[in-house]
Design a protein around this ligand. Structure first.
Ligand SMILES: Nc1ncnc2c1ncn2[C@@H]1O[C@H](COP(=O)(O)OP(=O)(O)OP(=O)(O)O)[C@@H](O)[C@H]1O
Length: 262
């Protein structure tokens, strides 16, 4: 019995949290995703790097079940996705400029979100989530007083309140702010755990360099993928070379904060 259970747990651990194969999606006559393959495994941070219009947000929306697709397969923890538009707690979503209520302290807002998602011990969870993104001391702080990077870190914590296993992050940083990219990248790294993987859609190599793996999307196709150190140092395709030439990653800087272990 114990051996069967061990096998089952091993199979579960080996099953990708997200698996996308040969995904095609059209908007009108325009093919926006043209046979995309992508896997996201437990504990991984994957950067989906690409210019504006590459299809990053469309792919995230398909994974989140906000949009359907025309061909290919998509599974979440080995299961087919529910119908587009169906709420799926396993997938969290965070994007740049996420609205945080201006007159509610960060921790109180997190508590509300956790309670709304029926999570037990909402207060303790709110404290834990803020600590995990390095904002433990800002429980009562209002969003207005935060830096841009702190707001993004608060948004990451907020997206975790319902307890997702996959966090989809859309364009969290702007390319002209490498310090923000460093802080948000470090927060993403600190959050990834056995129970959570993150997919960061970005046009910013300074953020992508914090991931375990970069998947380079161009015009609806994955042109290359690999560990950041390799891919950013030795891009193989002219398209990635061009992107890097216009948006050079800034030299690696240590983040100003260090997150609590996940
Ligand atoms: N609802 C829609 N209807 C028609 N075309 C769309 C729609 N959504 C996206 N597109 C088009 O699909 C292409 C991919 O868009 P998408 O937003 O996925 O790219 P992206 O890589 O996320 O870009 P950005 O970084 O600028 O957000 C673009 O050409 C866009 O104009």
């Amino acid at each position: 019995m114990a051996a069967v259970l061990d096998d089952l747990l091993a199979t579960l651990a080996a099953t990708p949290l997200v698996s996308v194969a040969a995904l095609h999606k059209r908007h009108g006559h325009r093919e926006v995703l043209r046979g995309v393959d992508l896997e996201l495994r437990r504990g991984e941070v994957v950067a989906l790097l690409g210019r504006g219009g590459a299809g990053k947000s469309t792919l995230l929306r398909c994974i989140a079940g906000l949009e359907g697709f025309h061909d290919g397969t998509l599974s979440l923890q080995g299961r087919p996705p529910p119908q587009p538009g169906t709420w799926r707690r396993a997938v969290g979503w965070v994007f740049q400029g996420l609205h945080l209520p201006p007159d509610i302290g960060l921790g109180w807002h997190l508590m509300q979100s956790a309670a709304l998602a029926d999570r037990p011990n909402a207060a303790a969870l709110a404290h834990e989530l803020l600590a995990r993104v390095g904002l433990a001391e800002l429980f009562d702080a209002l969003p207005g007083g935060l830096t841009a990077a702190q707001r993004q870190r608060a948004a990451l914590a907020h997206a975790l309140a319902p307890g997702p296993t996959v966090l989809l992050c859309d364009d969290l940083t702007s390319a002209d702010d490498p310090e923000q990219a460093g802080e948000v990248g470090a927060a993403a790294r600190a959050l990834a755990s056995d129970g959570l993987a993150l997919l960061l859609a970005t046009h910013d190599p300074a953020l992508a360099r914090h991931a375990d793996r970069i998947v380079f999307l161009h015009d609806g196709r994955v042109l290359e993928s690999g560990p950041p150190a390799e891919l950013l140092a030795r891009p193989q395709t002219p398209e990635l070379k061009r992107l890097l030439a216009t948006q050079r990653p800034a030299p690696h800087r240590r983040s100003a904060w260090s997150a609590a272990p996940a």
